[in-house]
Design a protein around this ligand. Structure first.
Ligand SMILES: N[C@@H](CCC[C@H](N)C(=O)O)C(=O)O
Length: 292
């Protein structure tokens, strides 16, 4: 198979990924190759691409430093080829792949990511990943005003929003009464002010009941997706912050277009994400088709 690239398609609540094993770290993955693999017309199609690579073979030294605790690095790329620090849904699909391939055999292990080493565990047919610690980006402004950013969608009035760091950046909007979540146009990227230097993922959240929200998401480097795991965690953190109940250790259900995620808020800014992980198909791509 030297002239072909092995690939696996998977998803977590329909946030879909192309997994590429690079088990000796020789392959590398240029931004153009990642973007081609994620392309739904010219390539295979996915919201992101995950290279499976030994942690000690990672290009970044901050990732290689995790080799003592994590054998495998989730090298996550967005659909536009850009590298992202973290992907919550991706961690579960990555864990499922490692188990299926016999690369990990335990029900609980640690994976390396650009946002640090993360513990995953399998229970009740699902994977749970510890994604914390979360962090409010501007706690002083958030405490004073209840928000630290404004989000413009289309030509309407801007919405107040809260910036939450989950290893990757998020801006969460609690939609005011009377604004229809389903009716908002996310065909264009929401405009966030002040503009975060590294860009941001934007979550639009509508409370449904106690511990229960509905969410739509526009992902950095992708566009609107049917789910975002770190976004669900950011939504739970922001909604708890607005309710004044951040430290109560609550469990949240987050409904997204692709299904339901469960978020546990833990003491000390801990947060766990649980949900499905599905490996859909395996195949290969002729290397000759790939850009350099
Ligand atoms: N879908 C992911 C997040 C993927 C990365 C994101 N687009 C970014 O650039 O930060 C998730 O499930 O968390």
């Amino acid at each position: 198979m030297a002239d072909r690239l092995a690939v696996t398609k998977g998803h977590g609540t329909e946030n879909d990924f192309v997994l590429v094993p690079d088990l000796d770290g020789a392959l590398g993955l240029s931004p153009a190759r990642a973007a081609w693999l994620a392309d739904r017309r010219a390539g295979l199609g996915g919201d992101g691409v995950i290279r499976v690579v030994p942690t000690e073979r990672a290009e970044e030294s901050a990732v290689r430093d995790q080799a003592g605790v994590a054998r495998w690095f989730m090298d996550y790329r967005n659909a536009d080829g850009s590298a992202a620090e973290m992907c919550g849904n991706g961690t579960r699909v990555f864990a499922e792949y490692l188990r299926r391939e016999g690369l990990e055999s335990a029900d609980e292990f640690v994976i390396a990511t650009r946002a640090g080493a993360k513990q995953v565990r399998r229970e009740g047919g699902q994977w749970t990943v510890a994604l914390g610690p979360w962090r409010l980006v501007d706690p002083v402004t958030a405490d004073r005003d209840g928000s630290d950013a404004r989000v413009h969608i289309g030509d309407g009035e801007p919405f107040s929003a809260l910036s939450v760091d989950l290893g990757n950046p998020h801006t969460v909007v609690a939609l005011p009464e009377g604004v229809d979540l389903a009716g908002l146009d996310l065909g264009r990227a929401p405009l966030v002010r002040p503009a975060p230097a590294e860009g941001t993922n934007v979550e639009l959240v509508r409370p449904i009941g106690p511990g229960h929200v509905a969410m739509r998401v526009h992902e950095r480097g992708v566009g609107e997706t049917r789910s975002c795991g770190t976004g669900a965690c950011a939504a739970a953190v922001a909604t708890s912050f607005w309710a004044g109940s951040l430290d109560t250790g609550a469990t949240w259900r987050v409904d997204v277009a692709g299904g339901r995620l469960t978020v546990h808020l833990l003491p000390g800014h801990g947060v766990e994400l649980a949900g499905p992980a599905v490996l859909v198909a395996d195949g290969s791509v002729p290397l000759a088709l790939l850009p350099d």
